[in-house]
Design a protein around this ligand. Structure first.
Ligand code: FES
Ligand SMILES: [Fe+2]
Length: 403
């Protein structure tokens, strides 16, 4: 893979093996998904002590649970007795964590507190759940499988000022969907990073969201008048809005206006939830776009937020979980209708699924060759692939055993 990264054509899609080869997928998992901070879920999903959810990162079952002290913690979701998956459901709640196999019982901080008829013969302190790193920022929970996680502070410092005004730490998930896209995870990200395809594929999204290149550009400059005015307006009201990207390109935040007088990403442009996430000073906030490679992109609006979490399930399969967040006290049927709230992104996700699945079939053809990326429309794809190639290249380099 190292050589293939060096040889790849610049400003072009990747050679086919990057999307199809199971060994390349293993390397993506080992060097990105097992080493980077991965978006796991939202604070509001584990609002009370004992609340928990699970996810699968590659080969690793993961558990995130809020402790009696209010602290969210991540663990390998594997019982220390004989390795049963400890919490089998997607979500759960309870004062302790009990293995369904032989009922070994763990405290919410991972300590083993009960092993039936075995407490006398084992040293319980040696069989606590294996912890994994977990961080919470403005309603978002990230986990990292690496015992030496990258510094989370630069991401926290950059995104907290953008996210905090939306008060997502208290928001609830009004609806969520998980779909499996039969495509390599990088095709899913690439497709998200450009809107070259939007006007001909996303009729619902394009009613409220402009497909102009400025909306997906990855460089931050030059901007156009409408976007500049949007930033000035909201920054003057204390809401960080300008384009901000990590030095290494791993994450980006920016606030962008909707089309015309649209207020939200709904079919009619009206708010998807009548109760806003917070008291914003005036209408017209648009969307705060946030991505963090390799696992998430987000639209954070005045009335709701939509988060996307992608996890590879193999070289040509990606799980995409989408969550719609609203104010914790918003009531379904009163403040929001699920269909109205979710229609645009349910449709857009399905359209994108169909696109990337077809893209996967194409890049799997022996006849496929990398093709050029548009400077105008696809700078975001170039930016993602450059980040991917630089990060993987560096890690493959340093993982080569020296003699
Ligand atoms: S494997 Fe969990 S109690 Fe036996
Ligand atoms: Fe799309």
């Amino acid at each position: 893979m190292r050589q293939a990264l060096v040889d790849r054509p610049q400003d072009a899609s990747l050679p086919g093996r990057f999307y199809t080869d199971p060994r390349f997928c293993e390397l993506d998992l080992a060097h990105l998904f097992y080493r980077e901070w991965i978006f796991a879920g939202h604070s509001g999903e584990i609002a009370r002590p004992g609340d928990r959810f699970t996810l699968q990162i590659g080969d690793y079952p993961v558990l995130v649970v809020r402790g009696h002290d209010g602290v969210p913690r991540g663990f390998h979701n594997v019982c220390r007795h004989r390795g049963q998956v400890l919490c089998s459901g997607a979500t759960g709640s309870g004062r302790k964590l009990v293995c369904p196999y032989h009922q070994w019982t763990y405290e919410l901080d991972g300590r083993l507190s009960f092993a039936r008829d075995m407490m006398a013969e084992i040293d319980a302190s040696r069989f606590a759940l294996s912890p994994i790193a977990c961080e919470e920022v403005a309603g978002y929970l990230f986990v990292c499988l690496s015992p030496t996680p990258p510094d989370f502070a630069p991401f926290r410092d950059a995104v907290e000022p953008y996210l905090a005004p939306h008060r997502l730490a208290r928001a609830k998930v009004a609806f969520q969907s998980t779909i499996v896209e039969r495509a390599n995870w990088k095709l899913v990200v690439e497709n998200n990073r450009e809107c070259y395809h939007c006007s001909s594929n996303h009729p619902e999204l394009c009613r409220v969201y402009s497909a102009r290149p400025v909306m997906s550009n990855a460089i931050g400059q030059p901007q156009d008048e409408a976007v500049d005015a949007h930033w000035r307006r909201w920054e003057s009201k204390g809401l960080p809005s300008g384009f901000r990207i990590a030095a290494d390109g791993q994450f980006r935040t920016v606030r962008l206006p909707f089309l015309g007088d649209a207020e939200s990403m709904t079919a009619d442009g009206r708010p998807g939830c009548r109760r806003p996430l917070a008291d914003f000073p005036e209408p017209g906030l648009g969307s705060m776009l946030l991505f963090h490679y390799p696992s998430t992109w987000n639209h954070v609006l005045a009335d709701h937020a939509v988060s996307f979490r992608l996890l590879p399930r193999g070289p040509n399969e990606t799980e995409l979980t989408t969550k719609w967040l609203v104010h914790a006290e918003a009531q379904e049927g009163v403040d929001y209708q699920v269909d109205h709230l979710t229609r645009v992104w349910v449709a857009t996700n399905d359209e994108d699924r169909s696109i990337v699945e077809s893209n996967q079939r194409g890049v799997s053809s022996p006849a496929y060759q990398p093709g050029p990326l548009s400077r105008i429309h696809e700078s975001g794809v170039t930016q993602f692939l450059d980040w991917y190639a630089a990060t993987m290249g560096e890690r493959l380099e340093s993982s080569v055993p020296s003699r």
